[in-house]
Ligand binder design. Structure first.
Ligand code: B16
Ligand code: MG
Length: 216
């Protein structure tokens, strides 16, 4: 029986992808790489420095910048991103997710956050939902990002639970792979996530009742 839920942040709890895209778009313009919807999609769940590498590569510029210059570009992007994060309010929790958090809390389930974002604590604070969670995995401490199981294994540890009794929620293919490899139940947000144990079209359909119904 499931005793805890590990949440991805961007695309599951908040639509922060929109803000990441706005800030990265400016970086892409600055380095003369073309910003496309495909590039924006490919950056989901990818770490900050890896995202920058992908943007540089898109324009064939990966060798045009020193490591120091790359760090400066990533820092500049993050400063812009954090300004945008300041505009988030509790209304920006994705549809249905506040009700789901309340349902889990009322039913005694534990919760933790497994996000690649170093800004996850700041976003939870803006959304006023920090207190729902036992804790947030610090992505700076990871040896490998999603699809490696490490982040979701640590998210179970944060709740003091064995992976077998944890369900992970993700909107990216790499994230679902990470949950499965950690030995947890995978819940996918997005019908294209074929490797997920349970799938929902969007966040508004996620509830304990609907999860149980899909598990049969
Ligand atoms: P930061 P998730 C990911 O969040 C985002 O999807 C990805 O676009 C971003 O680059 C990454 O976090 C790192 O974010 O620059 O704030 O540390 O989906 O894993 O919650
Ligand atoms: Mg995500």
């Amino acid at each position: 029986d499931i005793k805890g839920f590990a949440f991805d942040l961007d695309g599951v709890i908040a639509d922060s992808a929109r803000l990441h895209a706005k800030a990265w778009h400016q970086t892409a313009d600055e380095v003369h790489s073309e910003w496309t919807p495909e590039l924006a999609e490919a950056l989901k769940g990818v770490s900050r420095m890896d995202s920058l590498e992908m943007i540089l590569k898109a324009g064939g510029h990966e060798n045009d910048y020193t490591e120091d210059e790359k760090v400066a570009l990533a820092t500049e992007k993050n400063t812009k991103y954090l300004k945008l994060v300041e505009s988030l309010t509790p209304d920006d929790v994705l549809p249905g997710m506040k009700a789901f958090l309340d349902e889990l809390k009322a039913s005694g389930y534990k919760m933790s956050v497994a996000s690649a974002s170093k800004n996850a604590p700041a976003i939870l604070k803006q959304l006023k939902i920090t207190d729902y969670f036992e804790g947030v995995v610090d992505p700076a401490k990871l040896h490998a990002g999603k699809p490696d199981p490490e982040i979701f294994s640590l998210a179970a540890g944060v709740m003091d639970l064995a992976p077998e009794v944890v369900a992970g929620l993700e909107d990216s293919g790499a994230g679902i792979k990470s949950i499965n490899a950690a030995g947890e139940l995978s819940i996918g947000i997005g019908n294209q996530l074929m490797e997920a144990d349970v799938r929902f079209a969007d966040t508004s359909e996620v509830s304990l009742k609907n999860i149980k119904a899909k598990l049969g």
